[in-house]
Write a protein that binds this ligand. Structure first.
Ligand code: NI
Length: 170
């Protein structure tokens, strides 16, 4: 397994729209394993392929304390959404920033699992929020897009400054 590099806002590659996975073959299975490994190492609860610069429709999530309940959705499709829930979100591509975002409270999705087998899933609360957040990534959308342009600009400026410092090795 390998740890992949996570792109950070405002990288343009995070804005690419992902394409559907045609077949869950060995290459995709390896990518899923690497994405999980990358997510666990970064101490995140979710990761979309877009964030590791692979523009295919794959997301992984693990909300368990023990980090032993990975969930993988390939080609996820929202089939139902109701209610509104506001909660604090963060993102491995927007490190260090947490803001409140409104999402659907209850959703139903269908997807393929890590073996390519179709399944449907009903989700509430945190899992529903997380799936919607990760599905947004596949559309090139980030949680900061739900914030005011002033807030988004502030986050952008701060992250750009950090990236410049990292580049110069300071
Ligand atoms: Ni994210």
């Amino acid at each position: 397994m390998s740890i992949l590099t996570i792109l950070e806002f405002p990288d343009d590659r995070l804005r690419k729209k992902a394409v559907a996975v045609k077949t869950v073959d060995d290459k995709i299975k390896k990518l899923i394993k690497d994405m999980l490994e990358t997510m666990y190492q970064a101490k995140g609860v979710g990761l979309a392929a877009t964030q590791v610069n692979v523009h295919q429709r794959i997301i992984v999530i693990d909300l368990s304390e023990e980090k032993n309940a990975p969930l993988c959705l390939v080609n996820p499709e929202l089939i139902e959404k109701d209610g509104i829930k506001e909660s604090e979100e963060g993102c491995l591509s927007v490190p260090g920033f947490y803001e409140r975002v409104k999402r659907g409270e209850h959703i139903r999705v269908k997807a393929l699992d890590k073996e390519g087998v179709p399944f449907a899933l009903e989700a509430h609360d945190l899992l529903a929020v997380c799936i919607q957040h990760e599905m947004d990534h596949l559309e090139g959308k980030l949680f900061v897009d739900y914030l005011s342009s002033l807030k988004r600009q502030r986050i952008k400026t701060k992250l750009e400054k950090i990236h410049r410092m990292e580049k110069s090795g300071a």
